[in-house]
Design a protein around this ligand. Sequence first.
Ligand SMILES: [Zn+2]
Length: 322
Amino acid sequence: MHSWLIPALGIFTEMQSGNRLPHALLVTAAAGLGGTDLAMEMVRRFLCSGDRSEGCSCHSCSMFRAGGHPDLTLISGSQSGTIGIDEIRQGISAMEKTATNDHGKALVIPEADKMTEAAANALLKTLEEPPPESLIILTTGNQRNLLPTILSRTMKIPVPVPGMRDLQAFVQKKTGRDQDFRAEIFLSGHSPLRAAEYAENGTGAKVRQALEQLNGVLAGSCSVPELADYLLSELESRDLICSFFYGILRDALMLEAGSSHEDLVFLGAYPDLASRVAELDPDSVLQGIKRLNDLKMVKSNQFSYVRSLQIASWIELLTGKN
Ligand SMILES: [Zn+2]
């Protein structure tokens, strides 16, 4: 179990050992924090007929680990990216069948905010009158998109975003590399699982290379079109390129406000580049923030040379170089 999930799991186990478990829980966890992993671990403990420990090998836990527990239904969304009424109805009817053991039935609905209104209303009836001995766990990274009636009928278990020290430790352990991963962590939106993915799939290395090139642009040894082409061909996704620029702007503002290089969330491991970013014209930084929205609007199906020009013009605006 990931370290940042342990406090939330603790809330669950305490309620379970005190026989105070409600019928419905809502795990609120930002994307990439492993909210569904947590929900599944809660269900394993709920269905367990042994001592509930992590290594428990009772019949129920063995079936659970083998991926086919008859008393668990895990809802997966449709291809359209939503969770429809049919999926919810199937989940509910599975809940109403007799359990194969004394521990009742469980239903897990990951990303419950993707439920259509009809699906949410179907679930609502079950939340109002849950089958006995049942546990329903919803997860969401976006609770504002859930109906207020669903929110009021579930007990919320929040997963806090881990601090920078924990995030670094996690990515270092996961990759086996004793490196500064602040850039990956920032780009992942402080999601440990995604940051580790960036570190492992080479995205992090490409971002480092782009930062080197930006340093080159500011030092006059690399051209703006070269950097724009590199970003477009290597980072590819518009969101990632925008996050890259946002990281630079954010740290430029932090430096202007008097932060030291070590405290920067994106450029913390790049003192050379940070000193050059600190020299940027504050007006250009503000312009860059305004124009970042234009870049976000670029449709992904537009010709890449148009995007390349737009990216180049943004870098020119920020750096005053060409
Ligand atoms: Zn067990």
